[in-house]
Each structure stands twice: as C-alpha cells, then as structure tokens.
Design a protein around this ligand. Structure first.
Ligand SMILES: CCCCCCCCCCCCCCCC(=O)SCCNC(=O)CCNC(=O)[C@H](O)C(C)(C)COP(=O)(O)OP(=O)(O)OC[C@H]1O[C@@H](n2cnc3c(N)ncnc32)[C@H](O)[C@@H]1OP(=O)(O)O
Length: 128
C-alpha cells in the first residue's frame, strides 16, 4: 500500500471529545479515493458508489500527522475497488481501515462507462 497524502489534525477537525472527528477522516479518505481514481482513470468524472465496513481502530489528537494509504483491490469494467488505511505518521499505529471502496467511471452522459484499465499505472511512466 502506498501512502501518498499527509494530513495535520487541526482544532477544526476535532469532535467534542477532543479527538479527530470521524466524519472529517472519512471526508479525507473519500477525497483521496476520488483523486486516486481520477489519476488512474484519466477522467475527472467519477463517483463514489460504495464504501464497506469502516473500522475505527484508534484515534488521533490535535497536532498528529495522519497519513492515508490506498491500494487497488480489483479493476472492474466501469469501476475500481480500492482499500484504504489511515495511520499515525510518527507511530505507524493504524487509525482506520476500509476494505472496499468502489469508485465508478462515468461517461459524458453521467452513466457508468468502461475505463479500459486493468492495472495500476504511474503518471511518470505515462510521461516517459
Ligand atoms: C477546471 C477544474 C477541473 C477540476 C477537475 C477536478 C474534478 C474533481 C472531481 C472530484 C469528484 C469527487 C467525487 C468524490 C466522490 C463523491 O463524493 S461522489 C458523490 C457520491 N456518489 C454518488 O452520488 C453516486 C450516486 N450513484 C450513482 O450515480 C449510480 O449508482 C452510479 C454510480 C452511476 C452507478 O449506477 P448503477 O446503475 O449502479 O450502475 P451499474 O452499471 O449497475 O454499476 C456500475 C459499477 O458499479 C458496481 N456496483 C454497483 N453497485 C455496487 C455495490 N453495491 N457494491 C459494489 N459495486 C457496485 C458494478 O459492479 C459496476 O462495476 P463494473 O462491473 O462496471 O466494474
């Protein structure tokens, strides 16, 4: 799993207990999954279709650095299934895991469209 993104837990990210608000973490993950999918599909018209069970394993507090990891579980015809982990950058303690996030490629008509991808691609290889 590659950890591309780091987030700094700020006061506005906290819940009333003073730890990282789960909804904020999920928003970060949805954005990370969307960006990953846009880069893989080379298409910005994508949507989140399905998110499986979410396992909050530990919490984060103000000042913590959280890193987000994404990997591909499988490529479908119009979809890709991703898995995700959020962990504490300094301690490597897992904060949350999501086993399946299904992202769908849309055509100009807003309906699912084949993305034509079968494996992870890296932008540097496309530019080579
Ligand atoms: C100049 C500036 C430029 C800026 C440029 C940047 C733009 C930056 C954009 C950022 C964008 C961010 C995006 C964020 C992410 C959201 O926040 S998106 C918003 C939340 N999501 C939605 O609103 C989606 C609402 N749902 C839908 O519209 C429809 O359900 C969908 C997604 C079009 C799918 O329709 P459908 O009839 O279910 O289609 P169907 O063909 O049956 O299934 C499509 C695929 O999904 C799979 N699937 C369907 N249901 C399920 C399920 N329950 N479980 C698993 N898989 C499923 C199918 O197996 C199929 O996969 P493939 O076999 O083709 O691989």
């Amino acid at each position: 799993m590659r950890f591309h993104t780091r987030k700094w837990v700020k006061p506005e990210d906290l819940n009333p207990n003073g730890s990282l608000f789960g909804g904020q973490l999920l928003a970060w993950i949805d954005e990370e999954a969307a960006l990953y999918t846009i880069i893989q599909f080379e298409n910005s018209k994508i949507v989140t279709k399905y998110i499986s069970e979410i396992n909050f394993m530990s919490s984060a507090v103000q000042g913590d650095i959280v890193e987000l990891g994404i990997d591909v579980v499988k490529f479908g015809k119009s979809s890709v299934t991703l898995k995700c982990e959020a962990r504490n950058k300094m301690t490597r303690e897992t904060i949350l895991t999501v086993d399946n996030i299904v992202m769908v490629n849309l055509g100009k008509d807003g309906k699912p469209a084949p993305h034509g991808k079968t494996e992870i691609e890296f932008v540097k290889d496309r530019l080579a």
